[in-house]
Design a protein around this ligand. Structure first.
Ligand SMILES: NC(=O)c1ccc[n+]([C@@H]2O[C@H](COP(=O)([O-])OP(=O)(O)OC[C@H]3O[C@@H](n4cnc5c(N)ncnc54)[C@H](O)[C@@H]3O)[C@@H](O)[C@H]2O)c1
Length: 316
């Protein structure tokens, strides 16, 4: 039985991973402060312990590591919900990451998994698809958000630590329990009779099961230390995502949804090249958008959405 500590394990990605590890017979310790995670994302299980608290609390992090003695760490906790709360972003994404990294080093963990935003390449990437050789944002290519800046610092501290880390830079992940991004927003507005618009942009959407498959592989020893992209390698327009949502909900609109031109700082498409991940993990994303959207919608219908978080422009 392996012991795996998951920060942010009550969130979208962390909870799916926790479910799969528990089903595998692993023992999991979750640390989560429920800023964006939900208690009902995880079901009680004899091999699951949840500590409610923040990774910004160094005593709590150290105590959790000392008591549990994890062999591996999945660091999925991140703050992003208030773009103006830079202090919270720094406390969680930088300071919290350092606490987790130092405790992981002291405990000589075998592997350390991180999830990074593809915003680390800046708002104006130099290539599409973006390869792992693309420079991280710099003066000419600003990060554009406190989230991107702090997540990138966190990633750099992880590399600096010398830990056996794998950092997965992600496309837009979606599926059941995902409450940030366009899909839950569409669901909420469509089911409460509010108008929607879509931006004239394209994004790569990676379904949660495809993403989790790579992470499980990494915990089984696949891949080597370093950086990876988890993406399908293909993009969809936001309108296509919207249309799949309508279809799944079984509604027809009187007129087509309004497509708004993107703002100056909006990237037309963000494609990240998954070739290295496909080769090292003998993996390929396989979930069709319509199936994935349908699964997500079923979840929203059953559990409701208390709150959504989005990096998209706010709608009235
Ligand atoms: N979902 C995506 O498309 C995407 C894309 C790029 C990167 N990521 C990264 O993947 C990871 C997981 O994201 P997610 O989509 O599951 O989001 P999420 O919000 O569902 O999960 C993050 C979890 O971290 C918890 N958390 C926040 N601050 C904390 C703190 N100080 N201490 C303990 N727990 C804290 C939240 O309550 C939540 O449960 C994050 O690191 C995120 O930056 C996600």
């Amino acid at each position: 039985m392996r012991k795996i500590l998951i920060t942010g394990g009550s969130g979208f990605i962390g909870s799916h991973l926790t479910d799969r590890l528990l089903a595998n017979g692993d023992q999991v310790l979750v640390i989560d402060n429920y800023q964006t995670g939900r208690k009902d994302n995880l079901t009680p299980h004899p091999n699951l312990k949840i500590i409610e608290g923040s990774i910004a609390d160094v005593k709590l992090v150290n105590q959790s590591f000392d008591d549990f003695k994890p062999e591996m760490v999945v660091h999925a906790a991140a703050a992003y919900k208030d773009p103006n709360n830079w202090i919270e972003d720094v406390n969680t994404n930088i300071l919290g990451t350092i606490h987790v990294v130092e405790a992981a080093k002291r405990n000589e963990v075998k592997r350390f998994i991180y999830f990074q935003t593809s915003l680390c390449y800046g708002l104006k990437p130099l290539e599409q698809p973006i390869t792992l050789k693309h420079p991280l944002f710099s003066g000419d290519y600003p990060g554009g958000s406190s989230y991107a800046i702090s997540k990138t610092s966190g990633e750099q501290y992880i590399e600096l630590s010398g830990l056996e880390f794998l950092s997965f830079r992600l496309a837009n992940a979606y599926g059941p329990r995902n409450i940030s991004g366009p899909l839950p927003t569409f669901f909420q507005r469509l089911t409460t009779g509010k108008a929607c618009f879509v931006m004239d942009t394209r994004r790569d959407f990676i379904y949660i099961d495809d993403l989790v498959a790579v992470v499980l592989g990494a915990l089984d020893g696949k891949g080597e230390k370093g950086y990876y992209h988890i993406a399908t390698g293909a993009d969809y327009s936001i309108k296509e995502l919207f249309d799949a949502t309508i279809k799944s909900l079984g509604i027809s609109l009187e007129k087509e949804v309004e497509v708004r031109p993107r703002g100056e700082d909006d990237v037309f498409t963000i494609l990240i090249d998954p070739a290295k991940t496909e080769a090292h993990f003998n993996w390929k994303a396989k979930t069709a958008l319509e199936y994935g959207v349908d699964q997500a919608i079923k979840y929203y219908q059953k559990f409701g959405i208390e709150q959504t978080f989005t990096h998209l422009k706010k709608m009235d």
